[in-house]
Design a protein around this ligand. Structure first.
Ligand code: PLP
Length: 473
């Protein structure tokens, strides 16, 4: 046979699309992902294989098995990209990569009710007039924080931009050099200023800023004084920072709004969770801040949103900014946030029902008990290939709340003879239907159990671990 006819006969061995579609495994892929997506992947595989056949050197035979294994690889790439649950056993409770706070099931019911039916989102049912979507949360939020007025937007970054643009457009905003923060790469204060069409005016030095430094920078082009929570770092040693009260007094004297970006803003006293104190929105307002902003999905434990609280005249101005329309929250977020706020009527209920607070509040003894319960199954699965033990560890709050604070916790520690081997084993945990994410520390895998609540679901998928490629230890 010459090359051409050889290839022709090989090409004719490519399975037909309709035959592939009929295979039970492919039928299952179709029922999960839909016909058109799977069909396009089948065609991609066909194209790849046809190219491989005609490129001389590569494969010399195609059958259904080869076709299927190529298709499986393409489908698992899609699966990997689909949004789905994971087990966050990293020990970082509020983790941006894992969606930050999770919601109580009661809140999900409340969201469902609003999402599947028309609602009074922007309608006053009794007056039959247009209503305001913020009304569903502002009563409760002002009650909890003592604020005169409030509004919410898509996230805290949006809140900061909106406030700056509404109150200090084309003007200078004074910020201490020690607070020029970057959070998670995409939120950098200097760039946020530019987006808001404000001019950043740095005041003082990195480690020390005094009230006189601010005073001497106030000019006619000054529009606002901003204090930002230095969320993810601390400045130690010879430092000096100005408290809220002094900055508030200075601002008032010069008729400038004083804004505080709290970042995480907690609605309960963190001491109740055994954590060091952080200023709560209520205190910051009573210390004289005119406007404060914080995230809804950090220590508040709610859905992603940005909360803006403060003086009514300023909130009115913010609401009139056309940007507000672009940054407003959707009805599901408002329903979720309202549902969360209700839980704050009673602090004990909030700590028990709001998962972020509940997980931060878990004591080491309780986590150790969880560790003992799951240890047996994990060890049974892995004992021939790895060493499994229960160890003490430290969890973090995450998302820049109390950056250096570490909370005593317990972990399952898995170690093997070689790092390569360890990394393969860790990959298998991440290939489970609900991927298990921990951290690698000291040549071991650590699964911090602070955030493990559904133990039975965690254990039930362990038998699906693919350990065939891993030899015994
Ligand atoms: C987290 C954080 C932000 C950004 O908030 P998002 O809700 O993620 O947009 C802004 N400022 C501070 C101080 C923060 O900690």
């Amino acid at each position: 046979m010459n090359n051409l006819s050889y290839n022709k006969s090989l090409l004719s061995s490519l399975p037909a699309v309709h035959k592939i579609q009929k295979l039970p495994e492919v039928q299952e892929m179709i029922s999960n992902l839909g016909n058109s997506l799977v069909l396009s992947k089948i065609r991609e595989v066909q194209k790849d294989l046809r190219e491989a056949l005609t490129s001389e050197n590569e494969i010399n035979k195609i059958d259904i098995d080869i076709f299927l294994s190529n298709l499986r690889a393409k489908i698992s790439e899609i699966d990997n990209d689909l949004l789905r649950p994971v087990f966050n056993l990293t020990g970082t409770v509020i983790h941006t990569n894992f969606g930050r706070s999770i919601l109580p099931s009661k809140t999900l019911q409340d969201v469902k009710e609003i999402a599947e039916s028309p609602s009074n989102l922007e309608y006053d049912v009794l007056k039959t007039t247009r209503g305001n979507r913020d009304n569903h949360i502002s009563g409760m939020l002002c009650d909890i924080t003592g604020a005169e007025a409030c509004t919410i937007v898509n996230n805290n970054a949006a809140a900061v931009i909106l406030v700056l643009n509404s109150l200090a457009k084309r003007k200078e905003v004074l910020v201490s050099r020690g607070e020029l923060i970057e959070i998670g790469g995409s939120f950098r204060l200097p760039e946020i200023m530019t987006s808001a069409n404000c001019k950043l005016k740095e005041v003082g030095t990195t480690n020390r800023t005094h009230i006189e430094d601010f005073e001497s920078e106030i000019k006619k082009q000054t529009g606002l004084i901003l204090k930002a929570h230095t969320s993810n770092f601390v400045i130690k040693g010879f430092t000096s920072n100005i408290n809220h009260k002094d900055l508030a007094k200075l601002s008032k004297r010069h008729g400038l709004p004083f804004m505080v970006d709290l970042g995480s803003g907690s609605l309960i006293d963190l001491k109740l969770l055994g954590l060091p104190k952080e200023s709560m929105p209520k205190e910051v307002l009573s210390n004289g801040a005119d406007i404060i902003t914080f995230s809804g999905d950090k220590l508040v434990g709610g859905p992603q949103c940005g909360i803006i609280l403060g003086r009514k005249d300023l909130i009115d101005k913010i609401n009139k900014n056309p940007l507000k329309r672009a940054l407003r929250c959707d009805k599901m977020t408002i329903a979720a946030f309202a549902s969360i706020l209700k839980l704050y009527n009673d602090t004990e209920t909030a700590i028990k029902e709001i998962p972020t607070l509940r997980m931060l509040n878990r004591k080491k003894k309780e986590i150790y008990d969880t560790a003992k319960r799951v240890f047996k199954d994990i060890n049974n699965q892995l004992k021939t290939i790895a060493n499994v033990e229960i160890v003490d560890c430290k969890s973090q709050i995450g998302s820049g709340s109390l950056p250096v604070e570490l909370i005593p916790s317990c972990a399952i520690k898995i170690s093997t003879n070689s790092n390569k081997y360890l990394s393969k084993l860790y990959t298998e945990f991440r290939k489970l239907p609900i991927p298990v994410i921990g951290r690698i520390h000291d040549n071991s895998i650590l699964f911090d159990l602070r955030c493990l609540e559904d133990e039975s679901q965690f254990l039930s998928q362990l038998k699906k671990l693919n350990l065939k490629l891993l030899k015994s230890k």
